[in-house]
Design a protein around this ligand. Sequence first.
Ligand SMILES: [Zn+2]
Length: 293
Amino acid sequence: MKNVQRWSKMSIAVMCIIVGTLVIGKWGFSDTGEASQAVTPAGSSSTLVSPNTVGTSEPVGTSSGSTTSESSGTSQASKETKQLKEMKQPEGKVVYLTFDDGPSRLTDEFLDTLKQHDVTATFFMQGSNLNVAGYHDEVKRAVDEGHYVGPHSMTHNYKKLYNQNEFVSEMKDTIDIIHNITGVKPKLVRAPYGSKPGLKDSLRNELAEAELKLWDWTIDSNDWKYTGNPGGIVNEVKTQTTEDVEIVLLHEKQQTLDALPEIIDFYKNKGYSFAVYKDEEHFPLNFWKDERL
Ligand SMILES: [Zn+2]
């Protein structure tokens, strides 16, 4: 009897060990399985997150087409401008002041005025002006004081840029100069005369391949027309301001400098905050509605 009991105790113990091993083995196995499954969802969800995040944080939008101010002619813009605004927008009332065609003998004074009003802005500078060594301190100062300095081509020449297809290579050259002066490599370009109609498909493809971005504007201040009449510029800005997010086209002109304090006051009184362009917070804003740019 004792032997029998012993035997059955042993077999129970052995059975327990076998069952236990099987159970643990199974758990172990399924653990691994879940773990690897868990990894997949985590991975894919993080992929989903970025687009979402991008979507929310980036205001896209606007459209403006208004006029190609940049002085050349084509203006088929107004309608397009307001259509652009149907895209995503940044939260709240935000205005981006943009200054084209510098650096110039006025750059320092623009920076002074912006500093006095605690406003940062976006500059699009032209290579032929950037090559003037006497302006390099101003260009550095702009970056040091929190402004964005992007390229506006080397020559500002319509034929060269759009008919002879030099657009992208001129922008790259301008970026190199900005980089040499400031140490910063901007990715956002502004097209001389606006991107429409000059920046045809082939040039936009080339721009996208170069991983560059492009902003037109939602408000054309027409400031270059108002020599000696800063009030005219202020009126343009006031009457064209209709949306929560506005990108204002301005130039480094004396009358623009004179109008600037009033333009800033206007937006402050309307409850706008002043934003400066940032590569990492890009949103598309071009007359072609090309989402790649
Ligand atoms: Zn220009």
